[in-house]
Every structure is written in C-alpha cells, then in structure tokens.
Design a protein around this ligand. Structure first.
Ligand SMILES: Cc1ncc(COP(=O)(O)O)c(C=O)c1O
Length: 391
C-alpha cells in the first residue's frame, strides 16, 4: 500500500541530511545515514492537508485550533491509555527549544542537571548552554543491554541537582526503558526532589513486540513532570517544526508558558497545525507499515553485517529507527573509522563522540531508508572492508 522502496533524491533541497553534510565533507557522492529523519515520503493525509494550505495562497499568522489539542489528546489516549486535560498541553515549535527553556526556567543558575550518557547532544546543550552543571549518568551494559545504574546515580547526584532529563526511547542506545527502570527513576526523582523532563519523541517508533512505558503512566510524578513529544519523527515531518509539552503541574506550566511568551514564540507555523491534525487522526495505517518496513530493514542490516562485517556488532533496538553499533572489535580509532567511512566506503553516519564520552566505540546508523539504499551503503562498506579490518 505504501512504497517505502522508492528512492527519492534529496540532494539540492536544502536538506540537512543530504546537503549540509555533503558540503561539510566536501563531496557529493556519500550515502547519508546520519541525521535522524526518514528518506520516505510523508503520509498522504499530511500531504493533502499541506496542499490545501498552499491552494489557499495566503500564508498569514496562524493560531492553534481545537483540533490541535483534541488530536494530541486522542493520540496520547490511543498510544498510552492516558486521558489528559487540554490545558496541560503547551505548544512549542521544537523539543530542542522546549528542553532549553525548561532548564533555563525551572532550574536555578547554580544548579546541576543529570542526563544519561551517551545522549542526543542537544539535550546536553540545553544544560551546558544555559550554564547549568551537567552530571552525566554513564549507562552500563547489563545482559547485553544499556541500563541505568541506580547505585551509580545515587553517587553522582548532589545537593544542587534540580532536574533529570530522560530520553525515552533512548537516542542513541535504542532502549525503551522498562516499567521497572522507570519506577526506580520516578522514586529517585521524588526522593531527590528533581523535575523530570521526559523527551519521548521516538515513542511511536517501536521495534516488533515492544511496548512503550511512558513517564505519563506515573501519576505520582505529575507534580514534577515535563513530558515532551511531537508527531515529527513518527510521520517524517521534522522540517515542519512543531512539538508540544504536557505539563500537569499548573505552577510549572505557567512558568514555562511565560518563558515561551517572553521570547515572542506566539504563533505556530501555518503548516504545523494541519500536520498535527492529519498525522494524529488519519495516518495510523502508514505508521504501522513504516514500523514493519523499519523492522525488516533492521533484520536485513543485522544479517548483512553478521555475514560480511561481523566486527560491527549491532546492539538490541527496542525503539527509534537508529542502530547503535559497537565497532571496538575492529581495534581502530574513531578518526580512522570516520576517514574510512567517508573516503573509502562513501557512507556518512554518526560517530559516537557526538553523543558524549560514553559513546566511544560506537556508530549510529539511521535505517529509515529504502532497503536498496541501505544495501548500496552496506555493499560499499563490504567492498572496502579489508582496508579497515586489518589496520
Ligand atoms: C531525542 C530527540 N529529541 C529531540 C529531537 C529533535 O526534536 P525537535 O525537532 O522537535 O527539536 C530529536 C531529533 O533527532 C531527538 O532524537
């Protein structure tokens, strides 16, 4: 029903994934598997909604409508089984803006904020660029999976800590935190009196058989919870720039809303409101299909690597469309590997130091792409593997 095999040339479209990074490396023959968006067409109901806006030919200031709020309420109920009142929903163009505003507004200048490590770098920047002290909670591998070590967490939290930023599903590790891990984290935040900022932008993109456990499932957290989400990853519309927070606590919510108002962020992009309504009401089938396709891509990449380049060891993926791959068995440095990817294999993907010191020894591969494109990238790698394997 949907043709995710279709290869679409994204070069020369001001594309952050295909153009910006090509310019950075000074070449236009790379296959890009880095930036986290999909190389698939967005769902038709969203395209139709955009066409309607374009056909109207006036692109005036836009307001949030009832449909914006009710679509989010419907989605949260459908995905998480949680009913949220409309007034808890706070519009914000990007989650990266939301995380920064929340750190700036809800923590004091001398405070520290905890973030798991490795981490999606803008979450780290939200802390560091607001001059808060970053406390990195190094994830540890247990039973083959990245996990939070709560004993370690107890040892790094201090009297100045005011917030914990969680990414769930976790970018880059691909973990969907278990109910038990979240219970422990909720307890920890309550005991240490921390606000929890839970970035759940990848929560609709789950691997086969995985169920998402959300911070919204913990009512005891509602006095201190900022939940952030968006349909942009799920339906491949991140260029539309739209996200939202759910903030149950009125005092926290008012503070955040005032900050959003203070920086003049008053109106949403004209395409964003119709995108949210179309995405959250009319694209369920597309989402099911894209998840199936990504799951098949994962199987394909795993078996290709196992058969041909077994020193690349893929960690379990529970959520996201990103594979977190351990290359330590190759015994090469990150610089050597980057050089090999760009100049020999002609594949661009994310090196793990983008995600902090605890990412060292890993690469992140985006598999939300037509299978033929992944196959081409993997064949490129295979053809020059001898040049990196015996360094
Ligand atoms: C965990 C996470 N949070 C936030 C974002 C960006 O969200 P936004 O485009 O709404 O700033 C990304 C994009 O890759 C992400 O992976």
């Amino acid at each position: 029903m949907y043709n995710f095999d279709k290869i679409i040339n994204r070069r020369n479209t001001n594309c952050a994934k295909w153009d910006t990074l090509a310019a950075m490396y000074g070449r236009n023959d790379l296959i890009h598997l880095g930036v986290a968006d999909m190389d698939f067409e967005s769902p038709k109901p969203i395209l139709d909604a955009f066409s309607k806006v374009v056909d109207h030919k006036i692109f005036g200031y836009t307001d949030l409508n009832d449909g914006f709020y009710s679509s989010i309420q419907r989605w949260i109920n459908k995905q998480l089984g949680v009913n949220i009142p409309r007034e808890w929903i706070v519009f914000c163009p990007r989650i990266n803006i939301a995380s920064s505003i929340c750190v700036d507004t809800l923590t004091s200048p001398s405070s520290s904020v905890i973030l798991n490590s490795p981490a999606y770098s803008p979450l780290k920047e939200a802390i560091v660029k607001n001059n808060r002290r970053l406390i990195e909670n190094s994830l540890v591998i247990k039973n083959g999976k990245f996990t939070m070590d709560f004993d370690h967490l107890e040892s790094i939290v201090d009297d100045d800590t005011e917030m914990f930023i969680l990414c769930n599903p976790d970018n880059p590790s691909g973990r969907v935190w278990s109910r038990k891990e979240l219970e422990q984290l909720v307890q920890f935040c309550k005991e240490k009196d921390l606000i929890l900022f839970s970035d759940e932008i990848h929560s609709d993109l789950l691997a086969e058989g995985v169920k998402h456990n959300s911070a919204l499932h913990f009512e005891e957290l509602y006095d201190r919870l900022i939940y952030a989400n968006s349909p942009t990853k799920t339906f491949n519309i991140p260029g539309v720039i739209i996200s939202y927070m759910i903030i149950p606590n009125e005092e926290l919510r008012d503070k955040v809303k005032k900050s959003i108002d203070r920086i003049g962020m008053h109106n949403p992009n004209i395409f964003s409101v119709v995108a949210v309504e179309a995405a959250y009401n009319h694209c369920d089938d597309w989402l099911m299909s894209v998840k199936d396709y990504v799951n098949e891509n994962e199987k394909f990449v795993r078996s290709f690597l196992e058969e041909n380049m077994k020193e690349f060891v893929v960690m379990p993926r529970e959520g996201t469309y990103l594979l977190w791959i351990d290359y330590t068995a190759l015994g090469v440095s990150e610089d050597e590997l980057r050089d090999w990817f760009i100049n020999e294999a002609k594949v661009e993907l994310y090196m793990a130091t983008n995600f902090g010191k605890d990412g060292y020894g890993y690469i992140r591969m985006n598999i939300a792409a037509p299978r033929k494109l992944l196959e081409e990238a993997l064949n490129n790698m295979k053809n020059v593997y001898h040049k990196i394997k015996h360094k």
